[in-house]
Design a protein around this ligand. Structure first.
Ligand code: BTN
Length: 324
C-alpha cells in the first residue's frame, strides 16, 4: 500500500504541458536531484504511462495525466465531513476498508489496484491513473437480510452520476451491478457485508468506473468494455466525478435506510438494460433461459420461461442472448 508521492504529482504537473523537459531542469524546479526525477519517470513507466524520452531533450508525456487530489474532491463535495484515504497503489480498496471496522463513513480511493476484485471471484483489472477504484464503508442499522437490494441502490447512484456526464447517451443498468453504455460495460460494483452486534451491518461498497482508459494491456477483461473518455471523446476530471459519485451514493443510501428498496423500483425499471430481453441466467443452482421481466420487491431478477411462468433469482450471472 503506497500513499501518493508528492514529487510524482509535481513531476506530472510539469510534464502535463505536452512539452519535453530534461531531468536537470525538472529537478531544479522541484528542488530534487536529477536521479530523483529519473526514479519518478521509471515509476511512471512501470505504471504503463506512455512517456517518450529523447536524449538531450528530456521527457514528454504522450497524454496529460490528472491524478486524484483529496482537496479537489472535498472542494466539490456537498457532504464535506467524510474521511477519504487516497493511495497511489493498493491491493484492493474494498480489502483496505474491510480491515478498518469503521463506525463512521470512510472512503478509500487508489490510482492502481494490484488485486482488484470483481463479482463472482473475477479480477477487476485496475491500471494506474485513469479510472476510479472507490470503496465506501457504511454502517447500517439494519440486519444483513435487509441489505439485499444494496447493489441495485448503488448501481442507481452510479447510473445517475454517469448520465450527467455522458448525456444524451443512455446509461443503463444490467442486473445486478453492471453499468452499460453503448452496449458495453463501463462500471461495476462489489458489495461486501459484515454482520455487527445489535442488529447493525457494515457494508463495504466497492465501485470501479472506466474513466479515461482508452486501451488496456491486460487480456483479462472478459467482456466488451468502454470508458467515459471513449464515449465522450473528452478527458474527464476524475476529482469532480468522484465528488458527484459520493454525493449521489450518500443520497441513495440514506433513502434506502429510511424508505427501503421499494422507493427505487420505479427508477430501476426505467434504466433496466435487460427488460423484456431474451437472457440466460447461470448460478451454482440454476441454469435457465427466458425473458427478463425486471426485479421483485426484494431486488431479485424476474425471468419468464417459455410457459409464461415468472420465477425470481437472487444471485448469479445473467447474459443477454438477443436484443428483442
Ligand atoms: C464487478 O463488476 O464484477 C464488480 C467490480 C468492482 C470493482 C471495484 S474497484 C474498487 C473496489 N475494489 C475492488 O477490489 N473491487 C471494487
Amino acid at each position: 500500500m503506497k500513499k501518493i508521492n508528492p514529487t510524482l504529482l509535481k513531476v506530472i504537473s510539469i510534464l502535463n504541458d505536452g512539452q519535453y523537459h530534461d531531468g536537470t531542469s525538472i529537478g531544479e524546479k522541484l528542488n530534487v536531484s536529477r536521479t530523483a526525477v529519473w526514479k519518478i519517470i521509471k515509476k511512471l513507466e512501470e505504471y504503463n504511462i506512455a512517456i517518450s524520452s529523447n536524449k538531450g531533450v528530456g521527457y514528454c508525456l504522450a497524454e496529460p495525466l490528472y491524478l486524484l487530489k483529496g482537496n479537489d474532491i472535498k472542494r466539490n463535495l456537498q457532504n464535506k465531513n467524510i474521511k477519504i484515504d487516497l493511495f497511489e497503489s493498493i491491493d484492493s480498496t474494498n480489502q483496505y476498508l474491510k480491515q478498518k471496522y469503521d463506525s463512521d463513513i470512510h472512503i478509500c480511493l487508489s490510482e492502481e489496484q494490484t488485486e482488484g476484485k470483481g463479482r463472482l471471484n473475477r479480477e477487476w483489472v485496475s491500471p494506474f491513473g485513469n479510472n476510479i477504484y472507490f470503496s465506501m464503508s457504511y454502517l447500517f442499522q439494519k440486519d444483513i437480510s435487509e441489505l439485499m437490494g444494496l447493489s441495485l441502490v448503488t448501481s442507481l447512484a452510479v447510473q445517475k452520476t454517469l448520465s450527467k456526464w455522458l448525456e444524451p447517451l443512455e446509461v443503463l443498468i444490467k442486473w445486478p451491478n453492471d453499468i452499460i453504455c453503448d452496449n458495453k460495460k463501463i462500471s461495476g460494483n462489489l458489495i461486501e457485508i459484515q454482520a455487527e452486534s445489535n442488529g447493525f451491518s457494515r457494508a463495504i461498497i466497492g465501485i470501479g468506473i472506466n474513466v479515461n482508459m482508452t486501451h488496456v494491456k491486460s487480456n483479462k477483461i472478459t467482456q466488451p468494455w468502454t470508458s467515459m473518455q471513449n464515449i465522450s471523446g473528452e478527458i474527464i476530471n476524475r476529482n469532480v466525478l468522484v465528488a458527484n459519485l459520493i454525493d449521489n451514493l450518500l443520497d441513495n443510501l440514506k433513502c434506502f435506510e429510511n424508505k427501503g428498496l421499494n422507493f427505487f423500483i420505479d427508477s430501476w425499471q426505467h434504466f433496466d438494460f435487460l427488460k423484456n430481453q431474451k437472457v440466460r441466467f447461470i448460478s451454482d443452482m440454476h441454469k435457465t433461459e427466458g425473458i427478463a421481466k425486471g426485479i421483485s420487491e426484494k431486488g431479485y431478477l424476474l425471468i419468464e420461461d417459455k410457459n409464461g411462468n415468472i420465477r425470481n433469482y437472487s444471485s448469479g450471472d445473467v447474459q443477454l442472448l438477443r436484443k428483442c
